[in-house]
Design a protein around this ligand. Structure first.
Ligand code: SF4
Length: 262
């Protein structure tokens, strides 16, 4: 069997997570590029990221809450495309809810930190590097330079607070970002800050050499397996209640003969 579509040129942390959860999901999402319908949660996440990205493109003294609010209207045009509105079956009530939750997040965020005091090295920073033969791509929400002169990876989270018993999973993507920073910039960030902007809480973790090495090795191993499955022409499905529950490809997968749990 041969897969007609080409392999993606790079592996991102979120696609790596897809692959590690279920190789078939990676095939559908990254190789066949079958669109996944937008959800309210992903649309809200993109909406809020848009506002913060543009806020941080302003000079530091201008990063005040009134300026942040100015980016909400452009976000409606940019993020809430016709397709997204269709996917969400968005009506006036849903839009009002989104705007109200976004306003609450902006207010909460400004209670967490003062953006005028933030020194960053990049916003929506795109890092493309090859590590151990694996072409990797990460787009960092923000890369800060803290008061001690160290690099800090900052990632905005609009969802629920994480269970701290699963920090390895919570920090998986950002720890791979740290590996990308070290490779690209020649400097390893010392810390990761996940800003749970709907809750006003920052969840932090130091970055260690051991963790960076482990994340790089896991990504390189996965890339090797992706290439093997691609050559074989088949990415195996690994169904389970947890992996399939939120998968956009449940029907397609079931139709292909996989025993997807109900
Ligand atoms: S439905 Fe389950 S088995 Fe099928 S692609 Fe999605 S996660 Fe994999």
């Amino acid at each position: 069997m041969t897969i007609e579509q080409p392999l993606p040129r790079a592996l991102s942390p979120s696609r790596l997570q897809d692959f590690q959860a279920c190789p078939r999901r990676y095939q559908y999402a990254s190789i066949e590029r079958i669109p996944q319908p937008a959800s309210y949660a992903t649309a809200k996440g993109r909406f809020v990221h848009y506002v913060f990205e543009h806020l941080y493109q302003l000079d530091a003294p201008e990063r005040v809450i009134e300026r942040a609010r100015e980016f909400v209207t452009p976000a409606i045009d940019e993020i809430l495309t016709e397709q997204v509105r269709l996917d969400l079956e968005m009506d006036d009530a849903m839009l009002a809810r989104l705007l109200s939750e976004t306003e609450a997040i902006i207010v909460t965020y400004f209670e967490m930190e003062d953006p005028r005091d933030v020194h960053h090295e990049g916003v929506e920073l795109r890092l493309n590097v090859t590590i151990d033969g694996a072409p990797l791509l990460g787009i960092l929400d923000r890369l800060d330079r803290d008061v001690d002169g160290d690099l800090v990876i900052v990632d905005y989270k609009t969802g629920a607070l994480p269970n701290r018993n699963f920090d390895a999973k919570t920090f998986a993507n950002t720890e791979l970002y740290a590996a990308l920073c070290e490779e690209k910039l020649g400097e390893r960030p010392t810390k990761i800050r996940l800003l749970y902007v709907a809750h006003g809480q920052a969840v932090e973790r130091p970055v260690t050499e051991v963790v960076v090495r482990a994340r790089s090795t896991a990504a390189a191993t996965a890339w090797g397996r992706i290439n093997e499955f691609y050559q074989d022409g088949a990415f195996p499905a690994t169904p389970s209640i947890n992996t399939c529950r939120f998968c956009a490809y449940r029907d397609r997968c079931r139709d292909s003969g996989v025993a997807v749990p109900l």
